[in-house]
Write a protein that binds this ligand. Structure first.
Ligand code: NAG
Length: 288
């Protein structure tokens, strides 16, 4: 179903190509577009769940891009639900070849050089996004966290192996891109679904940068699950989506928009959301 297989000599990468869904981080970090819409995510509404305050929770409920949350019990073949899959240009989500990115410095120290290289003026939006992305990428992980940024498929696989284990064949899951004419929100019918992984899942999110850069984040001991869900939009668009579930929601605040939208309470239920095409999940590859 629209799934592309990309294999590199020693590893097997599998891209689920179809439609975008939404974003998530490790547990405890599911940012929502209008909730902590910060410069890290400017222009890319990334829906995450986190400890963010709910000041804008009422607005977030009305925000069409918040239509990404669901529960595992909603995965029923034939079920119809409204979901937001924003359109993105493939050029903003597909990694550049390593040969291109490995020779470009990637550090805050190199910003003056990078601004000249990309011809950005120092106070431009692009320069701001670049500085913020580099600052995020250079942030020290908290205890129990593993985080970092990747600029190529190879660096993504290397990062994932720190968590999934050396030599693990890594499967990269991503919701497929929708076409430009697909409505931001429409009803989708569940055609099929399957659980892909539980436990070791490394989510990564696209950050503002002149070429695709993903921030990956993993919390030790956190229980997540990921599903592939095959959907058909009312406009006929087929979406091969990634559905990411935070199984432990006890540490989230109960005013999070996801709980309001789903009518559940922290700790009582999992919270899941559809990934966009600009979020990735890496899991151990399990041959059929
Ligand atoms: C989805 O379908 C429901 C029920 O048919 C309808 O009320 C709702 O307006 C639809 N939503 C969208 C975004 O089309």
């Amino acid at each position: 179903m629209g799934t592309e297989f990309v294999s590199c000599s020693f590893l097997l990468l599998l891209f689920t190509t179809l439609a975008p869904a939404v974003a998530s981080d490790g547990v405890g970090v599911l940012r929502l577009p209008s909730m902590d819409f910060d410069a890290q995510n400017q222009g890319r509404s990334s829906a995450h769940i986190g400890h963010s305050s709910s000041a804008s929770s009422a607005d977030a409920i009305k925000d069409p891009t918040a239509k990404v949350f669901a529960l595992i019990k909603d995965l029923v073949v034939g079920n119809r639900m409204a979901i937001s899959f924003p359109y993105k240009e493939p050029s903003s989500v597909e990694f550049y070849p390593k040969q291109v990115t490995q020779n470009i410095p990637f550090s805050s120290d190199a910003v003056p050089w990078l601004l000249r290289f990309f011809s950005f003026s120092p106070d431009s939006k692009q320069a701001l996004g670049m500085r913020q992305t580099l600052a995020l990428c250079e942030k020290e992980p908290k205890q129990g966290d593993i985080r970092g940024c990747v600029t190529s498929i190879e660096s993504l696989v290397q990062f994932a192996r720190r968590i999934l284990g050396p030599g693990t064949e890594v499967e990269i899951l991503r919701s497929s891109l929708v076409s430009k004419s697909t409505p931001l929100v429409q009803n989708y019918t569940v055609l099929d679904f399957k659980e892909v992984a539980t436990g070791n899942i490394v989510p990564c999110h696209n950050q503002p940068y002149p070429y695709p850069v993903y921030h990956c984040h993993y919390q030790l001991g956190i229980h997540n699950k990921v599903f592939k869900v095959f959907l058909r939009g009312d406009n006929g668009e087929l979406v091969d989506s990634v559905f990411f579930c935070h199984m432990d929601t006890s540490k989230l605040t109960d005013d999070h928009v996801a709980f309001r939208l789903l009518g559940v309470k922290p700790g009582e239920s999992e919270v899941c959301h559809f990934f966009t095409a600009y979020d990735l999940a890496t899991v151990p590859f399990i041959p059929k």
